[in-house]
Design a protein around this ligand. Structure first.
Ligand SMILES: NC(=O)c1ccc[n+]([C@@H]2O[C@H](COP(=O)([O-])OP(=O)(O)OC[C@H]3O[C@@H](n4cnc5c(N)ncnc54)[C@H](O)[C@@H]3O)[C@@H](O)[C@H]2O)c1
Length: 382
């Protein structure tokens, strides 16, 4: 099967492209490389040094004999997108190609507008090219668990059945996103749902939790294939930040009380979930939603786990609460369903098993590359 991975130079996309290629899929990567540009603008860098995309792909070919087609250009450029789609003719498109940082979208008006235009227009262009020329192609789109916010009831997978004034209906689950970035994903979800309904397109929205880990079987094969590890205040996740802080002897900085609970998954489960979605496509006209995560942790839980893992390596690790730069509920109920992917056969990796090999050891190996001035938050929601 031919699969186009949009955003294939990024963290999730690179791991997915190699995984699918290794499993015998014919893979193309479409990416504008804009993420490398945003890093340069913000003066931040992945902890692990990543090679240029052309070198990465060449190394993959040298090692495995498998080719990956490359289309460098912007999804918001319809002429380019249409040309790439007609040249590659995918049967499935996996769409990771968006601005994906909540703090980035909250820097100022320009970054909020950039995020929403980039994400919403890119996805809309994709829907139009599929409608015009690839109506049977399956769109696998990366959404986020952050679209739901933190409601005081269980979070279902995309839809909820409600009885109201004696009548009953199954409706899209209410969304209460927490940043202009998360809002862009909600707007995408609505546009995709609508396109499935009116044009009969088929799509799967993967509401993904926070992804962690550097290693997959493929990215671990060679230094030139290494994946990114973002730890800075804009693109880094709390888990990555804590690992780097433990490695350099900085206190782990928990935002606020640390009771905020989030859904998470190992990068090895991301790539497997995408394959499960591709292998059993949505039906024509169906807008299918999977919650893509394996475990839920509070930020405080994560800090404690990293302290424990750091201590086992002889590191002395301190945990410190700092003022929360975000506007978010800190004490809240959080219980999300994630049975759809498990029913398709997902066998989760657990954070407790990957913390050392896929995170802490990388943080220690590359600790001389850490720029401590980039770790603490500079963007606030207020
Ligand atoms: N990383 C996570 O923890 C996480 C969690 C939930 C959801 N997601 C979603 O998964 C997707 C991938 O996330 P990631 O962490 O790999 O991000 P990333 O920034 O590492 O990769 C995104 C890639 O998309 C490319 N891109 C962005 N806009 C583009 C455009 N207009 N045209 C072409 N290419 C473009 C970038 O250059 C980059 O290579 C995003 O949609 C994100 O919202 C990620």
């Amino acid at each position: 099967m031919k699969v186009l991975v949009i955003g294939g130079d990024g963290y999730c996309g690179w791991a997915t492209a190699l995984y699918l290629s290794n499993r015998g899929y014919e893979v193309g990567i479409l990416d504008s490389l804009v993420r490398r540009h945003w890093d340069a603008q913000l003066c931040v860098e992945t902890l692990t040094p990543i090679a240029p995309i052309q070198q990465r792909i060449q190394r993959w070919k040298d090692l495995t004999g498998k080719s990956i087609d490359l289309f460098v250009g912007d999804l918001t450029d319809y002429t380019f997108l249409s040309g790439a789609m007609h040249s590659f003719e995918p049967e499935a498109v996996v769409h990771f190609g968006e601005q994906r940082s909540a703090p980035f979208s909250m820097i100022d008006r320009e970054h909020a507008v950039l995020t929403q235009v980039n994400n919403v227009v890119g996805t809309l262009n994709l829907l139009y090219v599929m409608r015009e020329s690839f109506p049977d192609c399956h769109l696998v789109k990366l959404g986020t668990m952050g679209e739901y916010g933190t409601p005081n009831i269980d979070i279902e997978e995309g839809y909820i059945t409600i009885e109201h004034n004696g009548r009953k209906d199954t409706l899209p689950y209410p969304k209460q996103p927490g940043s202009f970035y998360h809002l862009s994903k909600v707007h995408d979800s609505h546009n995709i749902h609508f396109a499935c309904k009116i044009w009969g397109l088929r799509a799967t929205d993967l509401n993904q939790g926070i992804v962690y880990g550097v290693l997959t079987d493929e990215t671990g094969m060679d230094e030139l294939l290494v994946n990114r590890l973002d730890y800075d205040g804009v693109f880094g996740t709390a888990l990555n930040r804590f690992c780097i802080q433990a490695a350099v002897g900085h206190p782990l900085t928990v935002y606020g009380s640390g009771s905020q609970t989030r859904a998470m998954l190992d990068i090895r489960d991301t790539v497997r979930c995408v394959e499960l979605a591709i292998a059993t496509p949505a039906n024509p006209g169906e807008f299918r939603v999977f919650n893509q995560f394996t475990e839920m942790f509070s930020i405080q839980d994560i800090a404690m786990m990293i302290k424990g893992a750091g201590n086992s390596l002889g590191l002395s690790v301190e945990i410190k609460s700092i003022e929360n730069p975000r506007v978010e509920a800190e004490e809240h109920y959080f219980n999300a369903k994630n049975t759809n992917l498990l029913d398709l056969g997902l066998q989760p990796h657990l954070l407790s098993d990957s913390l050392l090999d896929s995170l802490l050891n990388f943080s220690i190996k590359y600790k001389d590359r850490v720029d401590e001035s980039q770790i603490l938050p500079k963007v606030t929601w207020r």
